[in-house]
Design a binder for this molecule. Structure first.
Ligand code: SF4
Length: 341
């Protein structure tokens, strides 16, 4: 999606940029909010023409329809695969992705209309698949309650993937929807290492808060699994680290667990490797070897991570789930050393 798919209002709000500002700033309502939580962030309020997006046929993901009320994500994960999409908006995939957030303020209104259209067949809708719908901006814009209400009223099945504890705000709506249709949730937590998370996911709630969210959702009756996404080579992939994570995931009552190994597509790759150079310069060379084949670690490495997590899940009493579809179609040759092994 590019800006010309959106109806954009004139920038007349506080903080609106001048008429000679770049495209994005001229054509959207730009807002800055002077509270500590949102300092340094700009929100671009737009009206989307459509909100239910069809996933391209060639994609290997296990869902065909998505709803994404935001572009960019204040959780600011260094490895985020969605970074590249910010470039389609004439923004950069680095700091702009973290701090310049597009908000589709009419998302719920559009969704209600599209769910009611005769051509809509009531298929499953996945949310949180591009950027997090319970990122910090949602605390201000509150788009999700009306989105969930629209799905509930249409009895349309849906799922949510998030790192955001804010999902618990909407638990009553999730429960109402679950009385009428299939509702599921998954929380993303690649490790339970708080120090690592603070560096690599600086805007996201800490891992243990996410696992408390898993427990709260399951206790309330909304089935919630955990996607260990991503497991980061050399930083969160040791047997001890995986064991600690799966143990705590099990204790949280997760309905399932699966692991996905870090992948570094353009956009995320430059940003993550810049972070690596700053925080773990000794890992730059090992990463160059591990990812010398491209965006993905070797299939052998990915399979080893998944197998270890499956074994730990069985040991700790969690149902395993099929690994997320992220493997490279043509995996590169294995590196000399796998830190998992
Ligand atoms: S929470 Fe998800 S969408 Fe947001 S920055 Fe992190 S990986 Fe990207």
């Amino acid at each position: 999606m590019r800006w010309d798919h959106l109806r954009l209002d004139a920038g007349d709000a506080p903080g609106a940029p001048p008429p000679d500002a770049p495209l994005i700033e001229r054509r959207a309502v730009a807002r800055t909010i002077d509270t500590p939580e949102f300092r340094g962030m700009t929100f671009y309020e737009v009206h989307a023409k459509t909100i239910v997006n069809k996933v391209p046929e060639a994609s290997r993901v296990p869902f065909r329809w998505t709803v994404n009320p935001y572009r960019g994500c204040g959780h600011a994960c260094t490895y985020c695969f969605a970074r590249k999409t910010h470039e389609y908006l004439d923004l950069d995939s680095g700091a702009d992705f973290d701090s310049r957030i597009v908000v589709k303020v009419n998302a719920a209104e559009r969704l209600r209309a599209e769910l009611a259209a005769p051509r809509w067949r009531g298929e499953h809708i996945a949310m949180g698949t591009n950027v997090d719908c319970y990122q910090r901006a949602e605390g201000r814009y509150r788009l999700m309650p009306a989105i969930l209400a629209a799905l509930r009223d249409a009895a349309n099945p849906f799922s949510i993937l998030t790192k955001g504890t804010l999902i618990l705000r909407d638990l009553p709506l999730l429960l109402e929807a679950a009385e009428r249709t299939r509702v599921s949730a998954a929380v993303s937590a690649g490790s339970v290492d708080r120090d690592l998370a603070r560096l690599v996911e600086p805007g996201a709630p800490p891992p243990r808060a996410r696992l408390e969210t898993v427990a709260a959702l399951n206790d309330a009756g909304i089935g919630c699994g955990v996607l260990m996404g991503p497991v980061i080579p050399y930083l969160s992939d040791s047997t001890a680290q995986l064991d600690a994570a799966v143990r705590e995931i099990a204790a949280a009552g997760a309905t399932s667990v699966s692991a996905i190994t870090l992948h570094l597509r353009p956009g995320a790759r430059e940003w993550f490797l810049g972070w690596l150079r700053e925080h773990h310069p000794g890992l730059v060379a090992p990463y160059a070897r591990l990812y010398r084949g491209g965006a993905y670690a070797p299939k052998e490495y990915q399979d080893a991570v998944s197998a270890r997590v499956r074994a730990l899940a069985a040991e700790h009493g969690i149902a395993p789930r099929a690994a997320a579809p992220a493997a490279s179609p043509s995996p590169p040759p294995p590196p000399r050393q796998l830190s998992l092994l």
